[in-house]
Write a protein that binds this ligand. Structure first.
Ligand code: ARG
Length: 284
């Protein structure tokens, strides 16, 4: 069900690809900062037009990946588990996020002991916290998050380097509150308890794939082409699903389940291996 959200974003004013820490980052491909800014502004305006609040982080000239605010931490019920980045190129971002939360008066801020890249690898469902590990976040991060938030954590192993963060391979579509009946016949997913998700099985280890099948039997299972368009790097407010426009194969399955897809073009940011969700941290 739709709920207005609060998001944290950072304008890609200093966006560039000068180091390569994931397979999408090709140093020989030029980046158009003005285009990145225009696409990013469209995304921000899109959220506002959907009734959401967007806070902005001040960009930093030495931190080109700061635009990917999802990686700065996990904010849940006013507690913040700050990120500890895997790569030195991004270490500085953790401090920028920490200062922002402290200035905003966050009471419970904890800088993680174990490497975790925030909502890049953590996703919140109605009952659980899903936690990806394998490329960035430490396998010890799920345990640390469970202790901090007091919420059961499901650890999921990532195995394909193109899908180096959980949010490149899985998206939580709703928080499991009863649907509004928009799906007419009751649908197989909305209108009953339990979160629904969409994910790309090829990104996960065999055991983790089995866990996802068990927890989310009604999930939208994405095809490779849509996953490679970073179609799963989407943001849902419970009704609208903002996603990269190239992921056309996801549109019908979303509509069938009563969601309204909102395609956007973030092709310039894809050159750094990020899209809609990476640019969006949710302040819960
Ligand atoms: N260039 C960034 C990195 O490799 C992209 C981060 C994308 N963020 C995300 N939440 N998946 O770290």
């Amino acid at each position: 069900m739709y709920r207005p959200r609060r998001y944290l974003m950072c304008p890609p004013e200093h966006f560039r690809v000068t180091y390569s820490i994931n397979p999408w980052m090709d140093l020989s491909k030029p980046v158009d900062v003005r285009l990145a800014m225009a696409q990013w502004s469209d995304l921000r305006d899109c959220y506002r037009s959907l009734g959401h609040t967007v806070d902005e982080l001040t960009p930093h000239p030495d931190l080109p990946d700061l635009v990917f605010t999802a990686n700065g931490g996990l904010v849940l019920e006013d507690r913040v588990l700050g990120a500890r980045f895997a790569h030195p190129e991004r270490y500085g971002e953790a401090t920028v996020h920490e200062e922002w939360h402290r200035e905003r008066g966050c009471v419970e801020f904890q800088r993680a002991q174990h490497t975790n890249e925030g909502e890049g690898d953590f996703a919140v469902t109605d009952r659980w916290l899903l936690a990806g590990h394998g490329f960035r976040s430490s396998p010890l991060a799920p345990q640390e998050a469970q202790e901090f938030f007091g919420r059961p954590v499901i650890a999921l192993g990532l195995v394909n380097p193109r899908f180096y963060h959980l949010d490149t391979a899985l998206c939580v579509l709703d928080d499991g509150t009863a649907g509004d009946g928009a799906d007419g016949d009751g649908g197989s997913v909305r209108g009953r308890e339990g979160s629904t998700v969409m994910y790309y099985p090829g990104a996960f280890s065999p055991g983790s794939r089995a866990v996802l099948e068990r927890l989310f039997p009604d999930a939208i299972v994405a095809e490779e082409a849509d996953a490679l368009a970073l179609g799963l790097n989407a943001v849902s407010d419970g009704h609208h699903v903002v996603l990269p426009q190239a992921a056309v194969g996801l549109l019908e399955p979303l509509r069938e389940r009563g969601f309204e897809p909102v395609p956007v073009d973030l092709s310039e940011l894809l050159k750094a291996g990020g899209s809609v969700k990476c640019c969006t941290a949710e302040l819960r």
